[in-house]
Design a binder for this molecule. Sequence first.
Ligand SMILES: *Cc1c(COP(=O)(O)O)cnc(C)c1O
Length: 386
Amino acid sequence: MIPYGRQDITQADIDAVVSVLESDFLTQGPVVPRFEETVAAHVGAKHALAVNSATSALHIACIALGVGAGDLLWTSPITFVASANCGLYCGAEVDFVDIDSSTYNLCPKALEAKLLSAEKAGRLPKVVVAVHLCGQPCDMASIHALGQRFGFKIIEDASHAIGGKYRNEFIGNCRYSDITVLSFHPVKIITTAEGGMALTNNDALAARMALLRSHGITRDVSLMTHDSDGPWYYQQVDLGFNYRMTELQAALGVSQMQRLDTYVARRHELAKQYDTFLKDLPLVTPWQHPDSYSGLHLYVIRLQLEQVGKTHREIFEALRAQGIGVNLHYIPVHTQPYYEQMGFKKGDFPAAEQYYAEAISLPMYQTLPDAQQDEVVDALKKVLIG
Ligand SMILES: *Cc1c(COP(=O)(O)O)cnc(C)c1O
């Protein structure tokens, strides 16, 4: 089976991890800060906090932004559940904004319309989570302008997007957001096995997230309520978690970062080839906004089912049967049973549901050989046009 995504582990990665195993620190040593500095410098953010997953990063980002009971968090229905769950962790309510039918990202026009009615109802969101689906950045300038006008904070969920750019600047520099979150799960662009990161240019947010990552405990006397009792002393000044990244993970991350640009370039090469090979088939290839240089975590096609005498599911299963590990990103979050019990139902976000009825993620990862990409294309041709 050709998978839809997979990690690339080199001898340099293995050596980096082994050298940590032979060192004094497996956790809370020098390599996590080195990884943070490496990513922050690459993307152009002031602060980077490495954590054990993007889910954890989203959680502490929400707390740092003051999300709590009675608040609202809005995001796109076409995302991984974690982009929405972070609001629920904080006791907030979650709602969704439908997608733009060409980028599949949260639609700024739908956002504006929803904000106007929310303003009338006195129920404006505290935070909007903008998800850069497939690695293509959202229309951040518009979302940011709406944030200024309606007073909400912005988290970019860039789990798909490290190495991508928006208006010629790296995603992660937080020019249009308060916090940007990255994921280093093995299917993503670079990996630390499990891992995530929160990026911000705001000193106070960075300090709060640093506390939340490790139990709310500090050894910094300036944050304590009284002078230190002695060299052993620490204080718990907030209610935090154990969301720390290990030194092993960070070493893998530093090593993977050396190849980020070549990874993204190879993904672009593959995407261009797919665009060419698939252009006469009854499907829509991913449209890219001119402001965008995608990280290209995913390559999603949309089937033009009225031109094919088969269902979405039949096509998906036929591809799997031919050894093509296609996938579907994502099931609209509002149709998950956990969200349906909050009152969401099918029909609430029609553009997202239409997308879900047609979308298929094709294999897309840096080490996918051209010959295997050809197999994917041949299988698609066979299934769609016989
Ligand atoms: C993968 C992913 C996450 C969660 O990442 P983890 O590191 O596995 O917690 C969150 N949001 C999106 C959009 C993702 O794709």
